[in-house]
Design a protein around this ligand. Structure first.
Ligand SMILES: Nc1ncnc2c1ncn2[C@@H]1O[C@H](COP(=O)(O)OP(=O)(O)O)[C@@H](O)[C@H]1O
Ligand SMILES: O=c1ccn([C@H]2C[C@H](O)[C@@H](COP(=O)(O)O)O2)c(=O)[nH]1
Length: 229
């Protein structure tokens, strides 16, 4: 699986240069819809977030438990998110371009950070998760060439979230989406909080579906720059 070290990190052995793009954005900002649109292009591999795993690991639902009692179950969910995202990052690419929903970075910089800052994650849980995250990112190369940020208002996300009606998320208040939004803005727009591992392309994402699909098409070249797709 890993065949050589580069700058002290384990690196996957891919024969040709491939393009890896993260699609980032708030909950219900339209990431999955965006990925669905690009999945129709041949030579693009799309990896959605492993939410089904987060809702069912050996019969348990860490996502649901976290929303019910974040202080008790936040570390449980985020440990599993970190593992499943790492597994996604390291999986063998089946096409020249990979578009992937979120990343191990947003799991830590947005969701873990939010739990900790809002006082819902004990300091010891945050410390353990941070040690894991730092070990992983210092020792394993996580390929990424571009981050596409779907920038949407928390209000829009709240409307879409209610429409989507995922059982576990019914209790999410607007304030939660506002906090996630602020963390994303600090990370990817102001670039004042954490390391940004690749260039960022910002796509405004508050418009209706038709306009959004048109906007994705307009941005296709910018997104796929450097690939032959
Ligand atoms: N541009 C849009 N306008 C209105 N509704 C949208 C738009 N994009 C997505 N939706 C709907 O909003 C909900 C959340 O979209 P989704 O793509 O699942 O977001 P995410 O993957 O970011 O959580 C879904 O019900 C989806 O059908
Ligand atoms: O690190 C993470 C990543 C995601 N979540 C939650 C947030 C949402 O409830 C779901 C993912 O849904 P999207 O619609 O793809 O945003 O998982 C989390 O708690 N921690």
């Amino acid at each position: 699986m890993f065949s050589y070290f580069s700058q002290g990190k384990l690196v996957r052995n891919e024969k040709e240069k491939k393009l890896v793009i993260f699609i980032e954005g708030n909950i219900a900002s339209g990431k999955t819809t965006c990925l669905e649109y690009f999945s129709k292009t041949s030579n693009i591999e799309v990896l959605t977030e492993p939410v089904s795993k987060w809702r069912n690991v050996r019969g348990h639902n860490p996502l649901g438990l976290m929303y019910q009692d974040p202080t008790r179950w936040g570390i449980t969910l985020q440990t599993y998110v970190q593992l499943t995202m790492l597994d996604r990052h390291l999986s063998t690419m089946s096409a020249p371009v990979r578009m992937m929903e979120r990343s191990i970075y947003s799991a830590k910089y947005i969701f873990v950070e939010n739990l900790f800052r809002s006082g819902k994650m004990p300091e010891v849980d945050f410390a353990v998760l941070s040690e894991w995250f730092e070990w992983i990112t210092q020792n394993i190369a996580i390929p990424v060439d571009l981050i596409v940020y779907l920038q949407s208002s928390p209000q829009t996300c709240h409307e879409r979230l209610k429409e989507r009606c995922r059982e576990e998320e019914k209790i999410i208040p607007l304030e939660y989406l506002e906090a996630i939004h602020q963390l994303y803005e600090d990370w990817l727009i102001k670039k004042t909080s954490f390391n940004v591992p690749a260039p960022v392309l910002v796509i405004p994402a508050d418009d209706d579906l038709q306009k959004m699909l048109h906007r994705y098409e307009e941005n296709r070249e910018k997104i796929l720059a450097g690939s032959n797709v």
